[in-house]
Design a protein around this ligand. Sequence first.
Ligand SMILES: NC(=O)c1ccc[n+]([C@@H]2O[C@H](COP(=O)([O-])OP(=O)(O)OC[C@H]3O[C@@H](n4cnc5c(N)ncnc54)[C@H](O)[C@@H]3O)[C@@H](O)[C@H]2O)c1
Length: 434
Amino acid sequence: MQPTHMVSRPSERLGVLFPGMGAVATTTIAGVMLARRGLAPPVGSLTQLGSLRVDGSGAEVSVRDALALTPLDGLVFGGWDLFGDNAYEVAVHARVLEDKHLDIVRDELSQVRPMTAAFYPEYVRRLRGDHVKKASSKADMVEQLRADIRGFKRDNRCDRLVAVWCGSTEVYMEPAAVHATVEAFEAGLARSAAEISNSQLYAWACLREGVPFANGSPNLAADFPAATALAQRNGVPLAGKDFKTGQTLMKTILAPGFRARYLGVRGWFSTNILGNRDGEVLDDPDSFRAKEVSKLGVLESILRADLYPELYGQLSHKVRIDYYPPRGDAKEGWDSIDIFGWLGYPMQIKVNFLCRDSILAAPVVLDLALLLDASARAGMHGIQDWLGFYFKSPMTPAGRPPLHDLFAQAAALDTTLRRLAQEHRAAPDAAPAR
Ligand SMILES: NC(=O)c1ccc[n+]([C@@H]2O[C@H](COP(=O)([O-])OP(=O)(O)OC[C@H]3O[C@@H](n4cnc5c(N)ncnc54)[C@H](O)[C@@H]3O)[C@@H](O)[C@H]2O)c1
C-alpha cells in the first residue's frame, strides 16, 4: 500500500454518482439528508455507527474518525436514469419512505436530477424510458458518460467522486472474448459489440475517469478481466457485486452456524415476493437468471460439501422470486430449511422475513461509497475483496475463491479497516496519493 492521504478536511466534497436512480439510490440520498441533520438514525451503516480497536490499548475508536471518512455533510449526489423524474419524485413513487421523512427533505431531494442515461433496451427488456442519450457507437456513449462525470465534478466543486451502480438487473451474461483485454474491449466499444451491456459502459467510463466503482447488481458491469486490468492501470478501486441485503444476508448468517455445529443440511428452499420496479425487471426470465446465479452461489462455499459430504453432499438448494405488485418494496421471503442432527434425525426451520429491500440496501450503499473513497485515498486499486461483506457474489482477484460466510467477511473487513486506520495514524499528514 502506498502512503496515505486519509485526512478529510471539512471543506472536502465527495460526489456520489448513481447509475440508476430508483428506489435504492433515492432511499440512500434521502436517508443521508435526514441523518446529517440528525433527524433519523443511520441504522445498518458500519461507517456511521461502527467502531474499531486500532491499537493494543483496547480502546474503541469510531470508524469515521479512525479512517477520517468524508463526513455526511461533504457528500454531493448525482446520477443517471432513463426516466427524468427528480429524486423526490422517484422516492414518492417508490413508496419506501413515508411523507413524514420525505417532506422534510423535499426541496433538497428535488434538486437531485438524473442525467440522461446510456440505455440500450435489449439488456433490460421490461423498461423503456425517453431520458436517454443518442450515440453513434458504444465508444461514443462512453465518451458522453465521461463528459457527464467531468461536468458533474466541476459544476459541484467536488474534490473526488465515487460511483455505485444502483441500476436495474440486466439479462444474464458471461464474459466473452471482448472482455478479455483492455484493447479487445475498446475495439468492442468502437463496433458496438452486443456483448457490451449498459452497466459495462458506465463502469468503463468511471474507470477511465479514475472514479472508484461498486456494482450493486448481479450485472457483469466491471466483473471481467479487461475492467480489472483497466482499474489496475488507472489506479482505481473496484468492488461488487449484488448487494447482500435480505434473504441472502440471512442465509449467510445461518449457514455458518449449522457448519460450526456440524449439523447436516439436506435442503434449502427460498422464495420471495416483491412488487417494486426491481421485481418487475426480474420478472423477465433472463434478468432473473442473473439474480438466481448470484443467489445460488453462497451455500456451497460456506458448507463445504467437499470436506463434509455426509453433512452437505445431498443438499438441494432452490431460489424463487415472484413479482407481486401489491407488496411494493416490502418484500416477503420464506426459507424452508431441512436440517438433520444426531443419528441423522431430520428437523425443519422456517424463516419468514418481512423486510424492506431498500431500507436494507441504503446503508450498504453509503458504506461502499465512503469505504471505496477511503481505499482510493489510500492508493489501493483493483478489486477490493475485503468489501465482499456487502455483496452476494463478491468479486475477487483471479484465483482467489470468494468468502460468503458473513462472519468471515466481517473479520476480513475489520482487518483491512484496522490496517487503514493504523496507516492513517502513522502518516496523518501525508500528501494526497491521487
Ligand atoms: N434493494 C435491495 O435490497 C437490493 C439488493 C441487491 C441488489 N439490488 C439491486 O440494486 C439495483 C437497484 O434496485 P432498486 O430497487 O433501486 O431498483 P429500481 O428499479 O427502483 O431502480 C433501478 C433504476 O435503474 C434505472 N436504470 C436501468 N438501466 C439504466 C441505465 N442503463 N442507465 C441509467 N439508469 C438505468 C431504472 O430506470 C430504475 O430507475 C437492482 O439491480 C437490484 O437488483 C437491490
